[in-house]
Ligand binder design. Structure first.
Ligand SMILES: Cc1cc2nc3c(=O)[nH]c(=O)nc-3n(C[C@H](O)[C@H](O)[C@H](O)COP(=O)(O)OP(=O)(O)OC[C@H]3O[C@@H](n4cnc5c(N)ncnc54)[C@H](O)[C@@H]3O)c2cc1C
Length: 371
């Protein structure tokens, strides 16, 4: 850096916390940091509202965090699907239905354009500054051990950085922490007209080439997800076009990878939350909960550190709480992954579950439950 560059950097105002990514993880972290009086900045690549490849299902575990964020009422006021059952469909067409706990704290499906915008607006209302269409392109430590953050055409400085920028995290990549992705699978997602009499159910359908998740997001639209491998995804799309009578020009959103190794979440003045920290199998529909809650946990640690409490113990506590969040749950995720990687095995499991439905009920309730 030139001497002039160094001088400019020294004179630059230092923000308390810069959060890269305005998804559920970033917005949650920003809202809690701003509410505690920290000067908080969110850098978001997209212009909201925007859709995102997701099943749009909000696990009941999210409600307590959403309550602490003060947004439950607004969420319920948006169009959404209130989901009362999961129906598993095997390759041979056999069906098995598991009822879900209903009521105000039950599972819902809501378009991410609504959900994510509402959370980002909440962070804004609590005092966070939000920059949309602001893509992180470089991140460096300064001599003062804070961060020099480059977005297109602008440089900023922050004491703490949070990587909340999803599974392909630029923050992690720029810090050489992003694991090599396993490009074994790819997902497609679209909102399509809601078939008549679809009901208030989530459908998880195993197909020879992968699987499909379906959930009504309002009275007119169905969220349709397809998960396959690069060689099989086009035949899955052809299946969906036939099954739901879709035109070939149907627009689809896409994302990869669906799996990658987790990365260490707590570093000196640097945190990772949500998908940036750990990606879970989408089949179980829990990623949004982990994003919201890890955002809250990171905010607690940042508030302590910037408030002058011991950095090391706050980082240790955060890492411990982050691990605890997944404890006793990763085996379900592995089981779900094994099932979706081999739809034939999954269909056999479903046949067994049909004989003894309590097993599948137990597993489903372990995933879809308040925490
Ligand atoms: C097929 C599929 C179905 C799923 N279904 C469900 C479901 O039904 N329920 C559920 O709970 N979870 C589901 N998930 C998982 C869920 O989508 C994620 O876990 C969740 O979105 C993670 O939130 P996040 O805030 O960590 O990241 P994201 O939601 O990915 O948000 C990251 C944000 O960072 C921004 N960003 C990225 N790079 C940059 C950059 N360089 N600079 C600035 N901003 C940047 C992005 O624009 C984005 O807005 C599904 C996932 C898949 C793939």
């Amino acid at each position: 850096m030139t001497r002039l560059g160094q001088l400019t950097l020294q004179r630059m105002e230092v923000i308390d916390v810069a959060i890269v990514g305005g998804g559920p993880g970033g917005s949650s972290c920003a809202a809690f940091c701003a509410a505690a009086g920290l000067r908080t900045l969110v850098l978001e690549r997209e212009k909201f509202p925007r859709e995102k490849v997701c099943g749009d299902c909000i696990n009941p575990a999210c409600w307590p965090v959403l309550e602490r964020l003060g947004v439950t009422e607004q969420i319920r006021n948006f169009p959404h699907g209130a989901l009362n059952a999961v129906e598993f469909i095997a390759i041979d067409g056999q069906r098995l239905r598991v009822d879900l706990p209903g009521g105000a704290k039950g599972e819902i499906a809501i378009k991410r354009s609504h959900f994510d915008s509402l959370l980002l607006d909440r962070a804004r209302a609590l005092g966070a500054e939000v920059r949309e269409e602001a893509t992180l392109i470089a991140l460096d430590r300064t001599a003062a051990k804070d961060w020099k953050i480059d977005i297109v055409r602008e440089t900023l400085r922050a004491r703490v950085v949070v990587g909340a920028d999803g599974r392909n995290s630029t923050v992690a990549r720029l810090r050489n922490l992003l694991p090599r992705p396993e490009r074994e699978r790819v997902a497609l997602q679209a909102h399509i007209p809601l078939p008549r009499d679809f009901g208030n159910r989530i459908v998880l359908q195993f197909l020879p080439e992968g699987y499909s998740g379906q959930a009504p997001v309002n009275g007119q639209e169905l969220n349709l997800c397809l998960v396959g491998t690069p060689p099989t995804i086009s035949s899955l799309r052809a299946w969906a076009e036939r099954e739901f009578d879709l035109p070939p020009i149907q627009p689809w959103r896409t994302i990869t990878p669906l799996t990658r190794d987790p990365i260490p979440v707590a570093h000196e003045n640097l945190f990772f939350i949500g998908d940036a920290a750990r990606v879970v199998e989408p089949f179980t529909g829990e990623g949004i909960y982990y994003a919201l809650r890890s955002g809250e946990l990171a905010a607690n640690a940042i508030i302590k550190i910037l408030g002058g409490e011991g950095r090391k113990s706050a980082l240790r506590q955060f890492a411990r709480a982050h691990r605890a969040m997944y404890r006793g749950r990763l085996w379900i995720n592995r089981l779900a992954r094994a099932a979706v990687l081999s739809p034939k095995t999954a269909s056999t499991l479903l046949r067994v579950a049909k004989i003894s439905p309590s097993i599948l009920r137990l597993l489903t309730r372990k995933i879809v439950r308040p925490r």
